[in-house]
Write a protein that binds this ligand. Structure first.
Ligand code: 3UK
Length: 535
C-alpha cells in the first residue's frame, strides 16, 4: 500500500478497483507532480510565503480579503476542525453555504486538515442531503446558519454525522467566534498527491447521485490545464461569475483558478444577469464564468452597464448555441470561450481561445487531455461521424463505490455520455446527450441543434426540444418555448417558429409540436432538465 496521510481510509477503501480506473496522462512538464502534495499549500500557503500575501484574494459585496487574511482564517478554522471537532485526516466534511468568503476559507480549512470535502448545492433538500451524507459516510459538517433547516431535517437519518459547526451564527458557539480563539498557524496535513481531497456529487439530471472522488493533485491539475492554455490569467485579473463552489465548475472558476495565478475573485451569493453585470461594473471584473442562459440574459441588457473591464468570458455546463454566442458578441464585443467539463473529469477538457472560436464547435482538446469520438464497439469514428465523446488526461472518473463506474470508464477512456463529432482539424461539435438524441421517422435529430435554430429567432427567450411520443411516427420533435415579452402565444407564432427552423436547418428537424411555457425546468447548475420536458 502506498503512502497516505489518511488515518481514516474510507475513501481509499472505496475507490473503484484499479482495472476500472481511467488511464491518466501526465505528459506536460507542468503536470509532473511530487508524491506528496496538499492543494491548500499550493494554492494558499505558497503565495503567502512567496511574498504575495498583501494582494487581494477574495472580494465580496461587503468585504475584501488578502491572501494572508484568507490564509489566517483558513488556519484558524482548520484548528477548530482538528482541536475542537476532532477531525482526523480522511474524515468527510460536509460543506454547505452560498459563494462567500467564509465558504472559501472553510474549504481551505478542510484541505489543510487533510479532511475530504463534500460540498453541497445550497438548494438541496433533506432527502438529497441524506443520500449524500449516507453514501460518503460524512462525519462533520460546516454550514452557513441560513442554510441549516434542510441539514437539521436530515440529521435524524444520518447517524455518521455527529459534529457540526455553523457560521453566520450569532451564538457563542459560532464558527466565526470559535475561530477567533484559535492560533493563526496550522501545519497542513502531509497528504499524498493521490489522497482524496474531495467527493463531488454529480448534478446529474436523473438517477441517484454519484460521488466522484478527486485527489489533491487533481485540484492542481485542473488549474494547470484549462486556465493555463485558454485563459492566460494575469495577477491583476478579477474573476466573477455564478457557479456554486459546491459545483466543480465553480470550485475551479470562482476559487482555485484565480488563486493558482495570484489573481482575485468576487464571491456573490446569488446572481441574476443584472447583478452579474453590476458586479462586473462595480468590481471592474475581467474574467467571467457562467452558463449560456446567463450570457443570453446579459446580452439583452449589457448596453446599460460599463463593463469595459471585462476581457474573457467562459461558458460551460450546457451547449452554447451560435445564436447566444453572436448575441453576446454583438452586445459586448467579446467572443465567449466555450468549454465542456464534467464533475467526473473535475473541470473543462475541450475548449478554445477566443481567437480560435469556431461556429458550432465546443473547441479542441485542452493541452494535457486527449479526446476522440468512439462508435458503439469502442472503435474510433472517422472525422465527421457522430459517436460517443471519449477523453483521457491528468484527471478522470473514480466513483465512490458505484457500479456505474463501468459505464463511464471503458478501456481507459472516460465516456461523458455526450454525442459528438470531430472534424479533420480536431474540433469537437456537440450534438446532444447520448440519451437525448431524438429518433423520429428514422432520422437522428439532436435536440440542442433545433434549440440553437429556435434561439436565433427574435421572439424566443429560451427553449427546450425533446422527443415526444406520436402514434404515427413513434416520436416527433417537440419544442417548449418561452417567448420574449410582447410576442403573442398562439398558432401563428408557432407556425412562424416552425418555418424559421425549416429555413435554417434541415427541414425534417423542425418541431412538429410547439408548446409555449412560462419557464423551463432547470437544475441549480443551470442545466435544462430534458427528462422533465419528456414527462
Ligand atoms: C454537459 C456541456 C455541451 C455535458 C462542468 C465545466 O457541467 C459540468 O459538469 P456536470 O457533471 O455535467 C457534465 C455534462 O454537462 N456540458 C457541460 N459543458 C458543456 N455540453 N457544451 C458544453 N460546453 O453533457 C457534460 O457531459 O454537471 C462543466 C466544468 C466543471 C463541470 N463540472
Amino acid at each position: 500500500m502506498s503512502y497516505t496521510a489518511h488515518t481514516d481510509t474510507f475513501a481509499r477503501d472505496n475507490l473503484p478497483p484499479r482495472e476500472q480506473w481511467p488511464e491518466f496522462l501526465f505528459e506536460l512538464p507542468e503536470l509532473k507532480y511530487p508524491g506528496r502534495m496538499n492543494c491548500a499549500t499550493e494554492l494558499l500557503d505558497k503565495p503567502v510565503t512567496r511574498g504575495h500575501g498583501h494582494r487581494i484574494a477574495l472580494r465580496s459585496p461587503d468585504d475584501a480579503c488578502t491572501y494572508t487574511q484568507l490564509f489566517t482564517q483558513a488556519n484558524r478554522l482548520a484548528n477548530v476542525l482538528v482541536r475542537e471537532m476532532g477531525l482526523k485526516p480522511g474524515n468527510r466534511v460536509l460543506l454547505r453555504g452560498p459563494n462567500n468568503p467564509t465558504m472559501a476559507a472553510a474549504w481551505f480549512a478542510v484541505m489543510k486538515a487533510g479532511g475530504i470535502c463534500v460540498a453541497t448545492m445550497p438548494l438541496l433538500r433533506a432527502k438529497e442531503l441524506t443520500d449524500i451524507i449516507t453514501k460518503a459516510e460524512v462525519t462533520h459538517a460546516l454550514c452557513d446558519k441560513r442554510l441549516d433547516a434542510e441539514l437539521k431535517a436530515a440529521l435524524p437519518q444520518c447517524p455518521t454525522l455527529q459534529t457540526l459547526g455553523y457560521w453566520h451564527d450569532d451564538g457563542p458557539d459560532s464558527l466565526d467566534e470559535r475561530a477567533l480563539q484559535q492560533p493563526l498557524w496550522f501545519t497542513n496535513a502531509a497528504t499524498a498527491a493521490d489522497d482524496v481531497a474531495l467527493i463531488a456529487f454529480t448534478s446529474g439530471t436523473t438517477g441517484k447521485p454519484k460521488g466522484t472522488m478527486h485527489f489533491h493533485r487533481d485540484v492542481i491539475a485542473m488549474c494547470d490545464c484549462f486556465p493555463r492554455s485558454m485563459l492566460q490569467v494575469q495577477k491583476d485579473d478579477i474573476f466573477c461569475g455564478t457557479p456554486p463552489l459546491a459545483f466543480t465548475f465553480g470550485l475551479g472558476g470562482m476559487l482555485c483558478f484565480p488563486l493558482r495565478y495570484g489573481a482575485s475573485t468576487v464571491l456573490v451569493e446569488k446572481h441574476t444577469p443584472q447583478t452579474l453585470l453590476e458586479t462586473i461594473q462595480n468590481f471592474k471584473a475581467s474574467i467571467c464564468f457562467t452558463t449560456p442562459i446567463m450570457y443570453r440574459g446579459m446580452a439583452a441588457m449589457a448596453g446599460g452597464f460599463d463593463i469595459s473591464s471585462l476581457k474573457k468570458c467562459v461558458s460551460a455546463g450546457e451547449a452554447l448555441s451560435d445564436a447566444t454566442r453572436s448575441l453576446f458578441r454583438q452586445a459586448t464585443g467579446i467572443e465567449i470561450i466555450d468549454g465542456i467539463g464534467s464533475t467526473e473529469m473535475i473541470h473543462i477538457f475541450i475548449s478554445h481561445t477566443p481567437e480560435k472560436a469556431r461556429r458550432g464547435a465546443t473547441g479542441y482538446a485542452v493541452p494535457g487531455y486527449r479526446a476522440t469520438v468512439l462508435d458503439d464497439e469502442g472503435k474510433a469514428c472517422p472525422a465527421g461521424t457522430v459517436g460517443r465523446l471519449a477523453v483521457k488526461g491528468p484527471t478522470g472518473c473514480r466513483y465512490l463505490a458505484d457500479e456505474r463506474q463501468q459505464n463511464y470508464v471503458r478501456n481507459g477512456w472516460n465516456l461523458t455520455g455526450d454525442a459528438y463529432l470531430m472534424d479533420e482539424q480536431g474540433y469537437f461539435f456537440y450534438q446532444a446527450r447520448t440519451d437525448d438524441m431524438i429518433i423520429s421517422a428514422g432520422y437522428n435529430i439532436a435536440g440542442p441543434e433545433v434549440e440553437g435554430a429556435l434561439l436565433a429567432h427574435p421572439a424566443v427567450a429560451e427553449c427546450g426540444v425533446v422527443g415526444s411520443p406520436d402514434a404515427e411516427r413513434g416520436t416527433v420533435v417537440k419544442a417548449f418555448v418561452v417567448l420574449k415579452p410582447g410576442h403573442p402565444r398562439g398558432p401563428d407564432t408557432a407556425r412562424q417558429l416552425q418555418e424559421y427552423v425549416k429555413s435554417s436547418i434541415a427541414p425534417y428537424k423542425y418541431p412538429r409540436v410547439v408548446e409555449f411555457v412560462d419557464a423551463l425546468p432547470r437544475t441549480e447548475t443551470g442545466k435544462l432538465q430534458r427528462f422533465k420536458l419528456r414527462q
